[in-house]
Design a protein. Sequence first.
Lengths: 366, 599
Amino acid sequence: MILEKIKNLNYLLIFLLILLSFIGAAGLYSAADGSYQPWTSRHLVRFYIFLLMAILISLIDIKVIYKYSYALFGLTLLLLISVEVIGVLGKGATRWIRVFGLSIQPSELVKITIILALAKFYHDIKFENIKKISYLFFPFLILVIPFGFVIIQPDLGTSLSILILGAFILFLAGIRLWKFILGLIITLVSIPIFLQSIKPYQRDRIISFLNPESDPLGKGYQLIQSKIALGSGGATGKGFLQGTQSYLEYLPEKQTDFIFTLIGEEFGFLGTIFIIFLFILLIAVCYFISIKCFHTFGRILALGVASNIFIYVFMNIAMVSGLMPVVGIPLPLISYGGSVMLSIMISIGLVLNVELNYNHKKLDNA
Amino acid sequence: MFYSDQKKQVSLYNRRTFILFLLKLSLFSAVGWRLYNIQILDSSKYKTMSKKNQIDLEIIFPIRGKIFDRNKVLIAKNEKVYDVYIIPENTKSINNTLNALSKFIDIDFIKRRKVIELSKQVKKFEKIKIFENISWSTLEKIETNKYNLQGVFIAEDYLRIYPYKDNFSHLLGYISKPNQQELALPFISKMPNLDIGKQGLEKSFNPLLVGKAGQREIEVNSNGRIIREISKVDSIKGEEVSLSIDLRIQQYAINLLKSHKAGSINVINIKTGEILCMASTPTYDPNKIIQKPNTEYWESILANTLSPLTNRSIQGLYSPGSTFKMIVAIAALKHGVINTDTTHSCTGKIGFGNRLYHCWKTNGHGKMNVTDAIKQSCDVFFYEISKKLGIDKIAEVAKDFGLGKSYDISMPNQNTGIVPNKKWKKEKKGESWYAGETLICAIGQGFVLTNPFQLAVMTSIIASNGKMIEPTIIKGNRVSFKTNDKYSKEIKIIKKAMFKVVNENKGTAFKSRLQDIKFAGKTGTSQVRRISLSERESDDFREKEQEWKNRDHALFVGYIPYDDPKYSISVIIEHGGSGASTAAPIAKQIFNYINELEV
């Protein structure tokens, strides 16, 4: 049974993961001026562990995952709240919790459980009820509560991506377009009210984050330098390990959020387009699994994961190429950082699981 | 769930999945287009920006060329000095380090505040200069205590040193930072901090002495910190310059001048045109101008009414007095106004127009020919011949003998003086020439003005029988001077007379004669103010002790040896009394010294 499942795993998806994480490893090797330390080796070790974990997740009975979806959402929400509480007590903003020597960002995990919770919700309700406004209340809560806690951290990028993720899922579930427009208006209107209702120090944090002048040598400089790195790479790049922008420390956060520019400098336009192509492929595979799936839970889950990955990739590249303000979103599988990789690999594990269980008719009588 | 519902739901999902995928694809196309713009279309712009990011140019200053005298003695050199810097990054706190440093060297409050303020402005790994040119003992103390002086850093620099201090102040000048105008000069445009010559030979030879800057291409990181050197072109040392000046004669002359308030001595090698000595007093010490703080010294120089900055040899203008008589005599002989036998009787004065013109010898010299008149410097003889000669002919000869012009000796700001003629007076004064003025000019007074160096050149031309000497300040023989044959007959007569001035009884410089080697010359005493009639009538007006600034200037020009002239000299002592009593003995000493040296 298990062997058969392993045989049926989507190896194209796994191959794409390996390829992307290896590109990431190469970028990190270059960021460290040609050294496996301090990033590359840990990046690869993490990847292998998490890949194993993803395969293990794919082997879990999907009915169990379905059954505990709300519970998992509640659990990650608790983690998220505890981060904020620890932050207050420890007199410092924090987004992290240390588990088994790994810094975990609950906000990353919460995005997965949001997908799970929404998938379960829409799986459960009758088709005719989807259009009823009263049935929007619960999904709204699933999105707004984590959003609220993430934005006061303040993590604008992640909180924004929660909203976009929610929009993608609700759109798929069949919510009418005008409701999205209404939701957008409500969001815009509620921003000042929201700012009024939170504590002053939280408000200060958000405002100082949004005001780039509070950081004189910050965002503007980062953006210019990252554009110089990309642009000076040209069509084919300066060559592996030949990038000067990162070597001379002009690139900010070259191993995390800005690693795409380092790769762009060394491998040029060909390199950057190739990475985007791989991500499109990855997302397309998830879409394929979503369409193939018989049950709503699986469909929404696979498409939610694909959307989540899309949001990371799009926001990151738009940010480093100056299409979007710098908000601190890493590039999945390529940027250094255990938390994002963990959440991506868990969610890929779930997608693999969906594919293995695509033909289930019922999930609720285990 | 009804089957139809499920079918509807599936088709809705499929439709919306497709829409979402298209949306994501189009968003990816947007970033793809953006990347195409940055990486392909604007790539060259970003490539230049990337290069600029990494590469800095650093100028390596050249070492200034040395200056030697004619015997290869260094008279301007560069000495390694040590400057104290502080690197804020390497200190725990700047204040602590400055406190520790103040045990060895005095840091005043202003300096301390300046350093601390600077440290806030510059990048923390940049060095800030605290002291320049510290003493050896301080250097030693700082070096031995450097473990207690975090962030203190000692760097070498070069300081221009003039070992013979004020002996060459006017010749060499000094160096300093360029001003706005000088920054436009081609050879310093890239080095705004490089010292350049401000006066004298340091100024005129600057393009030669300054050398060529090198440069270092360095890779810098985002903080400006140097990562590595990409290329290095070493600077090229400035060229060395060997002057024609003989340090020993120069020193000797300066010492002789120092027993007087102000004066000038110039010695020229007649055979080569080389200037062996160009001394002017009062002097200043260029080292004290270069080494800071110099404010006090500057003020003392500027406050000195004798203006030590003036190089009297080429900038001081004096009436040549009787040294001008050779010119007048040559003109008179040349134009047939007199011959060697023509005599005039001197009674101490002559009347011309409605004025009396006096000879220096109140009782008169008696009957004089041209040789006697030069030997005893009779004024009346020259009054008489100038009446027939006229000023224009005198002026023509004066110019032929090098007066009234500047020389290509690389010395800036020469004052050319005045060789007056009728045209000159019309142009400058707007008046016609009065015949009486010719008489005054004939004894080197009135409008005639020369600088001491011109008198030395004039003497050289006479001594060399009319060779058009081109003086030079650079060592090296220049023997092929053109000879002006125009006056050779007249010069022979004059030279004999000049011999008698020194070597015959009654000659004005007879007391200053040398026994071994004979020299020839002419004394001069130039009047600084007009002597009033009442003064002249009192018998002892010449002997009377007068205020220094009213005393006559003492002059002497001459050459040695008489038979085969090799060196010419001009001596002027401001307010020194008479040429015979003050200037001639100095010339004798110098000639004697040159003989001893056998240069």
